[in-house]
Design a protein around this ligand. Structure first.
Ligand code: OMD
Ligand code: FE2
Length: 463
């Protein structure tokens, strides 16, 4: 509120502004946006003098020379360039719960099935940056390969500071509380049920209008998110490009003594002071820009006759590796949908996967876990670690009729960050009181249903 008073903005005005923001629609488009007419130079990026006396600045999200179809960069026209700041210094206090290099000294590996109950939201004033903590990950931001899974639990807006991440892109999945995000390229409101991608390098400040807030973050060091290929599905389905929303230019021309840029670099935080708001971009154009997406807009495809399909059918976004079809990270959801398969055990099958699966739950219940997996909680099933439906889910499912009627999974949104890299886990989440030490017991009750006579079971009745 102190901050709002300083800005001369009432809470109602801000609520109304963030709820009625205009966006540009599309995925990977070449966008352009002007907060003042004619602020974009015509016919060139870098004129001797830019319109309105602005500075031109390019933000490159890919190497200059990557193939054109992968090239991502934007041109920003701003009141002062982002270099106008004092030197970077290691941040005091340092942040001890963030990791961007996963090795034997920072983290450990275990094949054990892991599950956490929802992490508590602190009582003391904690903003998005301070509320972030790493859960697991693989690789190294220095080597530009790998990923990290973080969560945040916070209750306060970032005041007088902006965050920038040199290590990778953040895909944020809010679970509780909206995010009001002011970025250099404009503003976004992101509510639970939506996701936002804030790419490497951009500066942004996050306000928490609802107070106590929690969510999940996957950070990718290796590249940027893409829409998955649709293969035999055809040209339409899953996440549709027009549903991705990118902000329009918004700026404030404001002296701001002591404004702090908090820069994450190699997993450590550095700060640099400047005397003006970094949100001074009057116009921009390019295809490197933050975006949000409402998961309810996802158009799921699914089994219409028999057997449970692999979860890859629900991939929203993917960061491919160099191996064809193998992702550094897939972002997969388990949205509401009809289950109609006949002669089929409809929940997820029991399995072991060469990919590693981190899961979270935004709201509702997850179809494979009748008990224990709560909104705001998390689970990790690493490479080849067996897992699947808990005992309650299994028993309930096989008690159903063979030709179970169509049933709808409603009011739920679970998701998975799935990686071909094997995550190492941070010491604080292994020691956390939220770690469910009894997780394995959800399966130990599975009993043998084996019988020695050959009865015509429904697996043989399929027609
Ligand atoms: O383990 C999980 O719950 C995720 C998952 C869901 C599914 O429907 C099939 C495979 C899978 O790994
Ligand atoms: Fe799984």
């Amino acid at each position: 509120m102190e901050k709002l008073a300083k800005l001369n903005i009432s809470e109602e005005d801000l609520e109304s502004e963030f709820s009625h923001l205009g966006y540009q629609s599309g995925f990977g488009n070449h966008f352009s946006s002007e907060a003042k007419p004619g602020a974009l130079p015509v016919g060139q990026n870098n004129p001797l003098k830019c319109p309105y006396g602005l500075y031109a600045e390019q933000v490159s999200g890919t190497a200059f020379t990557v193939p054109r179809k992968l090239n991502q960069r934007s041109w920003l026209y701003r009141i002062k360039p982002s270099v106008t700041h004092e030197p970077f210094h290691p941040r005091v206090p340092s942040h001890d719960y963030l990791i961007s290099e996963f090795n034997q000294s920072s983290s450990s590996a275990t094949p054990t099935q892991l599950r956490w109950s929802p992490f508590g939201i602190p009582d003391t004033k904690t903003n998005f940056i301070d509320g972030l903590f790493t859960i697991c990950g693989a690789g190294s931001s220095f080597l530009r390969h790998g990923f990290a899974v973080h969560m945040y639990a916070a209750n306060a807006s970032m005041e007088g500071c902006a965050f920038a991440n040199a290590d990778g892109d953040f895909l944020i999945v809010p679970q509780q509380g909206r995010l009001w995000i002011t970025t250099e390229l404009g503003r976004l409101q992101v509510s639970p049920g939506e996701i936002v991608v804030l790419q490497q390098g951009f500066r942004y400040s996050i306000d928490l209008p609802d107070g106590p807030s929690r969510g999940y973050v996957v950070e990718v060091f290796s590249g940027h998110f893409q829409l998955p290929d649709l293969g035999p599905i055809g040209a339409n389905g899953l996440a549709s490009p027009p549903d991705f929303l990118t902000p329009t230019a918004w700026f404030e021309d404001k002296a701001y003594p002591g404004y702090t840029i908090v820069h994450k670099f190699g997993g450590s935080l550095f700060t640099a002071k400047q005397n003006f708001s970094p949100f001074n971009v009057v116009a921009w154009h390019g295809n490197y820009a933050p975006y949000k997406y409402d998961l309810k807009k996802f158009c799921p495809f699914n089994t219409v006759l028999f057997d449970h399909g692999d979860p890859s059918i629900n991939t929203v976004l993917t960061v491919p590796s160099e191996k064809p079809g193998v992702a550094v990270v897939d972002f997969v959801i388990f949205p509401p949908r009809w289950l109609v398969a006949e002669h089929t055990f409809r929940p997820p099958y029991y399995h072991r996967n060469c990919m590693s699966e981190f899961m979270g739950l935004i709201y509702g219940n997850y179809e494979a876990k009748a008990d224990g997996f709560q909104p705001g909680g998390a689970s990790l099933h690493s490479c080849m670690t067996p897992h699947g439906p808990d005992t309650t889910t299994f028993e309930k499912t096989i008690a159903e009729e063979d030709d179970a009627k169509p049933a709808k999974i409603r009011d739920t949104m679970a998701f998975m960050f799935e990686s071909s890299l094997i995550p190492r886990i941070t010491p604080w989440v292994l020691k956390s009181p939220h770690l469910d030490n009894d997780y394995y017991k959800c399966w130990t009750g599975l009993k043998s249903h084996f019988h020695h006579e050959h009865l015509p079971e429904n697996g043989e009745l399929h027609s």
